[in-house]
Design a protein around this ligand. Sequence first.
Ligand code: AMP
Ligand code: MG
Ligand code: ZN
Length: 285
Amino acid sequence: MSDELEKLLSPESISSWDFDLFRLNELTKGRPLAVLAFALIHMHGLMTKLKIDETVLKRYLVAFEDMYNTCMYHNPMHAADVMQALSYLVRGEIEESIAPDELFITLLAGPAHDIGHPGVNNAFLIKQQHPIAIKYNNTSVLETHHATLALDLMAEPDKDVLSFLSAERKDYLRHYLKELVLHTDLSLHNKIIKRLEENMDLSDPEDRKFTLQTLLHAADLSNPCKPWNIHVQWTHAILAEFFSQGDLEREMGLEVIPMLDRNASCGRTAQKNFFIGFVRPLYDS
Ligand code: AMP
Ligand code: MG
Ligand code: ZN
């Protein structure tokens, strides 16, 4: 490991909101997820607090990284970025209020939350009546797909990172992971904002789960809150993926909404609307 990579993966560096995921991607030659995830789990002290098998965890994280497609945005970099932002957001009062295994499964929602993303959105899959849209009844199609893939992968005996738990606790945490990932469906955003008007009691399991679901959603939408040079790179990536879906729709003779149309979309206006409509209300709450 080079000195620069070692420094970038130090606890001080990976616990910073300004962490440079793009540099990590370069230094790891396009494989940032497993190394960063491993370093974050260490930083939270979970290797010592829980009886996690280090070899199994490494195999598990590499397998998750391998299951991401080479999409322009929904790739291992985005998964690593969401996990790092989530790790930042849970620190302090929240981390102290949750059990170590609950924190472990919450952090693992980062690598899990967009696994197997095909680079097109739910609306496209539903319009096409794609097999996964049919399979998941046109409801939170991608999110259910990600959660199912993640749970299937972690059920493989050589990737059983929860093997130190009782069968009952393991079931509970698998279900927890699913509920976290399902909550990343952007169509639930307004419901989340509404519920944030209530007071949260971290000693109440339901409030605690909702808090963690909200933090994962916030980590998923965190790129506009990052330093400008980092945010701009995420924006270029997501617009490139949006426009490639638009191109595909045009080729298929489908109507292309302005947000996905490279000839009609104004990146600046779309970003402004996204910040004002989604990101700011969430982060303010
Ligand atoms: P996900 O697809 O799971 O990453 O969900 C997050 C969603 O938030 C994305 O699909 C986009 O629709 C939206 N999003 C995140 N960042 C941006 C951004 N910078 N500009 C526009 N939309 C964004
Ligand atoms: Mg998603
Ligand atoms: Zn995401």
